[in-house]
Design a protein around this ligand. Structure first.
Ligand code: FPP
Length: 229
């Protein structure tokens, strides 16, 4: 059995899933929010430590304003509906990405959820919001340069600690839904030795049962981390 501490998911395919049913793309995002709840509860039951979800990338600003505005409302929709249940399940919330640029209302909703769940001991559910992997690495480079106490050679550990995602373990398993085979600037440093699973289901149809199947497939993989067994 492989150790599974950190799972990361690119929740792709909401828009196409909705359009296939002649519905607005936003309907897909709304259903996607519901699935965040379902997968987070399952991840918590499976004793996964950290689940990082790609909720809004630095590139998503290129979308039409109406969709960007809708995506920025999703944290409010999510926490209005599910914060109580997250508390009941001892789930902790965190965020990685640039706060600067996120509308104030959205940032406040996220900060409130982070504060309220800070002492929870179950799964840590991390939303990558206004997040880009290259930007995260650059921010860590600049923070190393500007750290007055850092007058030494920068090691992997030191660099890692300057990353937004630094306090979390390396990603063990990265899942992308909707049949696309890309990383899309997600967690570039933390994915160094991750296993990948690309599934055909769109995010709203990626059920907890399917999630368990992907995890059991991960269990069967031979992880060698560059060594030999
Ligand atoms: C990609 O699908 C998905 C997103 C850009 C947003 C995903 C966000 C959620 C599912 C909810 C986030 C929840 C919280 C609480 C912040 P797409 O629109 O690119 O789909 P497409 O490839 O079919 O167009």
């Amino acid at each position: 059995m492989n150790k599974l501490r950190h799972v990361a998911i690119i929740m792709d395919g909401n828009g196409r899933w909705a359009q296939k049913q002649n519905k607005e793309r936003t309907f897909g995002h709304y259903q996607g929010v519901e699935n965040v709840r379902n997968i987070a509860i399952k991840a918590n039951q499976l004793k996964i430590e950290v689940l990082t979800l790609y909720a809004f990338s630095t590139e998503n600003w290129k979308r039409p304003l109406i969709e960007v505005n809708y995506l920025m409302k999703l944290p409010e929709v999510f926490f209005d509906r599910f914060l109580k249940e997250l508390m009941d399940n001892d789930i902790k919330i965190d965020m990685i990405g640039e706060w600067k640029g996120i509308p104030e209302d959205t940032a406040n909703v996220l900060k409130k959820a982070i504060a309220k769940t800070a002492n929870n001991k179950g799964l840590t559910l991390v939303f990558a919001m206004n997040y880009g992997g290259k930007q995260e690495i650059l921010q860590a480079v600049n923070s190393c340069i500007n750290d007055p106490e850092l007058n030494t050679v920068i090691t992997e550990d030191i660099f890692n600690d300057h990353l937004d995602s630094g306090k979390y373990p390396d990603v063990d398993l990265m899942i992308r839904t909707s049949g696309e085979y890309r990383i899309s600037n997600f967690l570039l440093w933390k994915l160094a030795y991750a296993e990948f699973a690309f599934v055909n289901e769109a995010w709203p149809e990626f059920t907890p049962e399917k999630f368990e199947t992907v995890i059991s497939d991960f269990d069967d993989r031979d992880r060698r981390f560059g060594g030999i067994k």
